[in-house]
Design a protein around this ligand. Sequence first.
Ligand SMILES: Cc1cc2nc3c(=O)[nH]c(=O)nc-3n(C[C@H](O)[C@H](O)[C@H](O)COP(=O)(O)OP(=O)(O)OC[C@H]3O[C@@H](n4cnc5c(N)ncnc54)[C@H](O)[C@@H]3O)c2cc1C
Length: 454
Amino acid sequence: MNVEAVTAMPGREVPLSGWGRTPSGRAALLGPLTLPALRDLIADRPHHGLVARGAGRSYGDAALNTGGLVLSPAQEPWVLLDVRAGRVRVSASVAFTDLLARTVTHGWLPPVLPGTAHLTVGGAVAADVHGKNQHRDGSIAAWLDQVDLVDGTGTLRRLTPAGTPEAFRATVGGMGLTGVIVSATLRLLPVRSARLRVTTRRAADLDGLMDALAGAPTRYAVAWIDGTAHGRSLGRGVVDLADHCPEPDPRHEPGGPRYRPGPAAPAPALPFCPVTPRTAAAFNGLWYHRAPRLRQSTAWLGSYFHRLDAVSGWNRALGPAGIWQYQFVVPDAERELVVCVLEALHRHRASPFLGTLKRFGPADGHPLSFPLAGWSLAVDLPAARAGLGELLDALDRLVATSGGRIYLAKDARMDRARFTEMYGPLDAWREARARLDPHGVFRSDLGLRLGLCD
Ligand SMILES: Cc1cc2nc3c(=O)[nH]c(=O)nc-3n(C[C@H](O)[C@H](O)[C@H](O)COP(=O)(O)OP(=O)(O)OC[C@H]3O[C@@H](n4cnc5c(N)ncnc54)[C@H](O)[C@@H]3O)c2cc1C
């Protein structure tokens, strides 16, 4: 099947952007395709290349291919759950909300849950996503038994960590640039309840916040950080530590565990950005002061893992100029860089309105994966703020010289030189990609910007 035939069917040129709504571009969108149609499309080498797209929850240009093809959803969704073995084989197009709904009733949980449930399995594998348990359980790569990929010649390949280590490591974290992931086989975590025991603790400064995270005895640990606080309050925040309840709660879960995501209120699409240094500080200050000094509670899976999903489309409420999320990680010995970044954001009145701090465990050795042992700070910033680009360029340089890196799934603006400093020349990844995609079919705006494809 040639590209014209495919694009003449469902492919229509549409404007696309990531969750941050900047940058945006136009591409021909098509999908879902049957496996033979997908293989034919790729084998025909579409002129301006192709990239798969999941739910578009990456912030920047990872799932954009301006002027070319974007495949979304790649295929029809399907889930094959092996209840006895605690393993699921799942189409890349399945959203985590649907996966949770299928597995939790049987006492199994996807082992890595990012901060939104509205992402797909394909997007999770391609970005090698991490959750609030990365310090203990690693990122999703550690739980994958197999990834099925249609490579750049149209061949369906079965990738496994032991059987095809180079191709597996290049693809998991490879941001869609080695092929179209059609399915993944994931080991699941046994749970007896859909509720968690949560300890919430307020910390008055960054040292307190980091101590609480570093000493966390629980499977899950995350801190919300007030990115607007300064002086002696710099880095203050609220830590949430959690473990699964060992038994179903007879009052709330008489029929056993069930995934209940809770209602989501729609956010209004605003024609201006309501975030200013003053409103960001007021919002964060209120959040901090309303948090308990210390509280033990129980929470549903959805409200602990996916708090932001309670407001649907919240990115639209931040104005047409969009948002940038700045997420970096630095090794333990460079934790001062977190102070340095918070001070710089304050000095430049950058208005960070949402921030999280996590402590990471070791890297998994995948060339493009983000986590490494140390500290990860993520802050959401209004992209239209004057001088923000220059400030973040300067922070990129500090992160790079500290041996840290920026998360590609959040990035929309880093330059090629800084990226190379952070991730290295990537010889192994480039060799694996050349074998998987010898004609350079897979292409994204992020890949072009960072020199990962041409
Ligand atoms: C509110 C919010 C909270 C978040 N929290 C976290 C977090 O805690 N941890 C974390 O790790 N991330 C987090 N993220 C980022 C998100 O998990 C990743 O960006 C993820 O990749 C999004 O998946 P998606 O299905 O939306 O993929 P998209 O954004 O559509 O695509 C992301 C990448 O995956 C590739 N891709 C998608 N499908 C396929 C496929 N079938 N085959 C090959 N490549 C494919 C795309 O080409 C692209 O490079 C968060 C994002 C938001 C908006």
